[in-house]
Write a protein that binds this ligand. Structure first.
Ligand SMILES: *Cc1c(COP(=O)(O)O)cnc(C)c1O
Length: 384
């Protein structure tokens, strides 16, 4: 660990199964570049489990989002609607193609894009709506898809948090024309750095393979569909090493073990922190009945910035690292260049000052979790 005073980190990498064995096997296979046997197994598993038409591993969720922007032919001057309360890449991937981000505020309950505000943000220039299933709790996809289909606008699901989460019984990542996953080390399933593009609209499959392979038809060549491969479109190198796919495969294979353990940790936080929360003005996550969450994170919404900072300090004194995110994108230096200003997204601004994420990883022991709970069990009364 970087800081020896921290005894309980915010996140910790864990091996849950055959990660090292599979990585060694990738080397033994003599194929550690992209699209080897383990990459194929990851694709098959994601396609079969989720029921998506095509899954393609990428080097990151950021890169999968960049692929989505290229596939949707985003051009300078196009507008893309996205929440302000998200990770930079959700929006940057589209800005990179010249799009102007149009920031939507979030719902105060799930902290997901507020579908009731969507329609008023749509203009003739709107090319895409990017939604984020925050904490792996579904956005209101019925309403969002109805609006998008009626206005003929593509939906991209940034599902970095929500692999195996569901909305009304259907997997997240299966609603939009395109969806993305992250396998960064802070996510439920990880290979350090990695991601995937999920394709639900089959019209995008062939071009996605080309974009991912430097703009060449190399995937067709490997399938024997063409006898040489060549440059046919714009593209880049978005495919991960098969060693990373091997590591990831071992984690995906143990998805029940990982999710069972995360569910237990989440439920323990919720049960132990619920009593007293209201009295101290603290709000816990809201999971609507029709959403099956992915148990990606546990957060508190404190009653003030001061209360949050006091909690962070007290936990730090006890060697526990809690963190907050996201700074509203519309108020970032880049967001302001696109015209963002205070008051544009009031719920986002409110939440950003008050949200606190607690340590959450598969190897979090009972004792560690107990220490976290005790350190944040509302002693905030006398803290001013
Ligand atoms: C982590 C994350 C990303 C980026 O994932 P990388 O794989 O690190 O590129 C994008 N969007 C959201 C919502 C994330 O949480």
């Amino acid at each position: 660990m970087d800081n020896p005073a921290i005894k309980i980190p915010f996140n910790r990498t864990s091996l849950v199964g055959r990660e090292m064995e599979y990585a060694a096997q990738a080397v033994a296979n003599g194929h550690i570049s992209g699209d080897g046997a383990f990459t194929r197994r990851c694709h098959e598993l994601l396609e079969r489990e989720l029921g998506v038409r095509k899954a393609l591993l990428t080097t990151s969720c950021t890169h999968a989002l960049e692929m989505a922007a290229i596939l949707l032919d985003i051009q300078p001057g196009d507008e893309v609607i996205a929440p302000s309360f998200t990770f930079v890449s959700t929006v940057n991937a589209f800005a990179l193609r010249g799009a102007r981000p149009v920031f939507a505020d979030i719902r105060p309950d799930t902290l997901n894009i507020d579908e009731a505000k969507l329609e008023s943000l749509i203009t003739p220039k709107t090319k895409a709506i990017v939604v984020v299933h925050y904490a792996g709790v579904a956005c209101e996809m019925d309403a969002i898809m109805e609006i998008a289909n009626r206005r003929r606008i593509a939906v991209v699901e940034d599902n970095a948090h929500g692999l195996f989460g569901k909305y009304k019984g259907r997997y997240l990542g299966t609603f939009g024309a395109l969806a993305t996953l992250s396998f960064h080390e802070t996510k439920n399933f990880s290979c350090g750095e990695g991601g995937a593009l999920l394709i639900n609209d089959p019209g995008f499959i062939e071009r996605a393979e080309i974009i991912r392979e430097k703009g060449t038809d190399r995937s067709k060549f490997f399938r024997g569909q063409v006898d040489k491969y060549t440059w046919v479109d714009a593209g880049s190198s978005f495919l991960p090493s098969d060693m990373l796919a091997a590591f990831l495969m071992a984690q995906l294979e143990e998805r029940e073990k990982i999710q069972t353990s995360r569910r237990q940790i989440w439920k323990t936080y919720f049960e132990r922190l619920s009593p007293g929360a209201k009295d101290h003005g603290v709000r816990l996550p809201v999971i609507p009945d029709h959403c099956e969450q992915s148990f990606h994170m546990f957060y508190l919404l404190t009653c003030s910035l001061d209360q949050r900072q006091a909690l962070i300090r007290r936990m730090r004194e006890r060697g526990i690292l809690s963190v907050f995110h996201y700074l509203p994108l519309h108020l970032s230096p880049m967001g302001r260049k696109f015209g963002g200003k205070e008051g544009d997204c009031p719920v986002t601004e409110w939440v950003s000052d008050r949200l606190l994420r607690l340590p959450f990883y598969v190897d979090l022991t009972r004792e560690e979790q107990q220490a976290v709970i005790e350190s944040c069990i509302y002693e905030t009364d006398n803290q001013g």
